[in-house]
Design a protein around this ligand. Structure first.
Ligand SMILES: Cc1ncc(COP(=O)(O)O)c(C=O)c1O
Length: 429
C-alpha cells in the first residue's frame, strides 16, 4: 500500500464520509514553492487551484513566511479582548481598500464566519429575517451560510430560521433568460428580483447577498453592470447589498480589486477570506460604521484577527500590492484565454470558457443535448493531474473545471498549465 493509499484509508476511517476529496487516487501535499507543490510520494505539480483560490501570492514566499515565523516566536494568540497592533493595522488597510465609505472591519477565522457575521449585522440593522440570495450560490458551510446557499450538492440541510428567497443570477448557460443579450438578460433578472420582493416578501428585506462571480457554482459570470441594475431596485426598499468577495477579492478578476467593481456600485457590506491570509485562517466583514456598530450586545471572536494570521496577512497584502499581482492576473488571464479559446471552440463537449482574470472555467456537456457531463470533467481532472497540473472542479452538476492559480504566476507557468489543459482536452476528444 502506498503512502497516499494508507493516508486515504485512515482519513475515511477517522473523518466524515461527506468530506469531498479530489481524485481517484487522492494526494497529500507535502510542501510547496512558488506555484509548485510536491506530494508525499515525491510527485511535483504546477498548482492551478491554490487550495481553493487561497494560496494567493504563492507557496513559501520568503517575505510572508519570515513575517509569520517572527510573529510565531513572539505570541500566537491573544483574542479580541486585548488591543492588537497587527489587527488594527490590517483593519485600517482593508477598510481603505474596500471602497466602502466610513468603513470598519471585523475579523473572523473563515469565509463562512464572515458571511454569518454579515448576515447577523444586516438582520440586526434592518430588524428583519428576510433575505435575498442568488440561485447557484455558495456562501459557506455553517447553518446560516447554508441557508443562503442554492446548490444542492453543498446544502446538507434545508432547516433555517431565516426567510430566504432565491432570485435568478448570472449562471447564463442554464438560465431561462440565457438566450437574451446582456442588456435584456439583466433586465429579465431585475424583473424577477422585483417580482420576488413583491410576491414573496413583506418588502422589509434585510439584505441581498451575492458572489460577483459564483465560485463553487462554476465561475458563473453575469454581465458587467448586472448588480448595478439590481441595486437600483434594492435601494428602493432599503435592502442592504452584501458582496461576498471570498473568491473574487484581492485582484483575482484582473480588471478590478473587488468583483463588485465591475458593476458600478458601492456595497453596504463586503465579506472576504481565502487569499488574504495566503492559507492562514483569516476572514472578515467590512461595513459602514453605522451598520457595523448596530449590535446592542457585546460580541467577540476568540480566533478572528489573531496576531499570527493578521501579521501574515499584512506581509501577504504588501507583497500583492508591491508586485501589482492584480495587473499580473489581468495579463496572465488573457494569456491563458488565448491558449484555451481555440481548443474550447473546436470541442463539442465544452459548452463555454467563462470567467475573468485568473478565475476561468470550462463547462463540460453532452454534445447535442447540452446536458451536464460530470464524467468528462472528472476525466479532465485526472488527465491534467497525470500531466502534473492541479485544477479544481465545481458547478452544480460537478461538470465545470475551475482554473485559478496563485496571482503571482509567471508567463512560462501560464503557458505550461494552459497547454496541459488544452492537450488533455484534445486527448479526450
Ligand atoms: C464565495 C464563498 N463564500 C464563502 C465561502 C466559505 O469560506 P470558508 O470555506 O473559508 O468558510 C466560500 C468557500 O469556498 C466561498 O467560495
Amino acid at each position: 500500500m502506498g503512502i497516499h493509499d494508507d493516508l486515504y484509508a485512515r482519513t475515511r476511517a477517522a473523518l466524515p464520509a461527506w468530506l469531498a476529496i479530489y481524485y481517484e487516487q487522492p494526494i497529500a501535499i507535502d510542501h510547496g514553492e512558488g506555484r509548485h507543490v510536491w506530494d508525499l510520494e515525491g510527485n511535483r505539480y504546477l498548482d492551478f487551484f491554490g487550495g481553493i483560490l487561497t494560496t494567493m501570492t504563492g507557496y513559501s514566499v520568503p517575505e510572508v513566511t519570515e513575517a509569520i515565523k517572527e510573529q510565531a516566536g513572539k505570541v500566537l494568540h491573544t483574542s479580541t479582548l486585548y488591543l492588537s497592533e497587527p489587527m488594527v493595522e490590517l483593519a485600517a488597510q482593508i477598510a481603505g481598500l474596500s471602497g466602502i465609505p466610513d468603513a470598519k472591519v471585523f475579523f473572523t477565522p473563515s469565509g463562512t464566519a464572515a458571511n454569518d457575521a454579515a448576515i447577523m449585522l444586516a438582520t440586526a440593522y434592518r430588524g428583519s429575517n428576510q433575505l435575498l440570495a442568488l440561485r447557484n450560490s455558495y456562501h459557506g458551510r455553517s447553518f446560516t451560510a447554508v441557508a443562503v446557499t442554492a446548490n444542492r450538492s453543498w446544502s446538507p440541510t434545508a432547516y433555517t430560521g431565516l426567510n430566504v428567497s432565491f432570485v435568478h443570477g448570472g449562471y447564463r448557460l442554464r438560465s431561462p433568460f440565457g438566450h437574451l443579450d446582456d442588456e435584456a438578460f439583466t433586465a429579465a433578472c431585475v424583473d424577477d428580483l422585483r417580482q420576488v420582493i413583491d410576491m414573496m416578501t413583506s418588502g422589509d428585506v434585510a439584505c441581498f447577498i451575492a458572489e460577483p462571480i459564483q465560485g463553487v457554482g462554476g465561475f458563473a459570470t453575469p454581465p458587467d453592470g448586472f448588480f448595478g441594475a439590481f441595486k437600483e431596485v434594492l435601494d428602493e426598499y432599503g435592502i442592504l447589498f452584501i458582496t461576498d468577495e471570498v473568491q473574487t477579492g484581492w485582484g483575482r478578476t484582473g480588471e478590478h480589486f473587488w468583483g463588485y467593481q465591475a458593476h458600478g456600485i458601492t456595497p453596504d457590506i463586503l465579506t472576504f477570506a481565502k487569499g488574504v491570509g495566503n492559507g492562514l485562517a483569516l476572514g472578515g466583514v467590512v461595513a459602514r460604521a453605522e451598520i457595523m456598530d448596530a449590535f446592542q450586545a457585546n460580541s467577540i471572536s476568540t480566533f478572528g484577527g489573531n496576531p499570527l494570521a493578521t501579521t501574515g496577512a499584512l506581509a501577504n497584502l504588501k507583497y500583492l500590492l508591491d508586485h501589482d499581482l492584480q495587473g499580473n492576473a489581468l495579463k496572465q488571464g488573457a494569456r491563458m484565454r488565448d491558449i484555451l479559446e481555440p481548443v474550447v471552440n473546436e470541442t463539442e463537449w465544452i459548452a463555454e470558457l467563462r470567467g475573468k482574470g485568473l478565475m476561468l472555467a470550462v463547462e463540460t456537456v453532452v454534445p447535442g443535448t447540452g446536458e451536464p457531463d460530470g464524467a468528462k470533467a472528472s476525466a479532465l481532472m485526472e488527465g491534467t493531474k497525470e500531466r502534473g497540473l492541479l485544477v479544481g472542479k465545481g458547478g452544480l452538476y460537478g461538470n465545470v473545471l475551475r482554473i485559478a492559480p496563485p496571482l503571482s504566476i509567471t508567463d512560462e507557468e501560464t503557458e505550461e498549465g494552459a497547454s496541459i489543459i488544452a492537450d488533455t482536452i484534445r486527448d479526450l476528444s
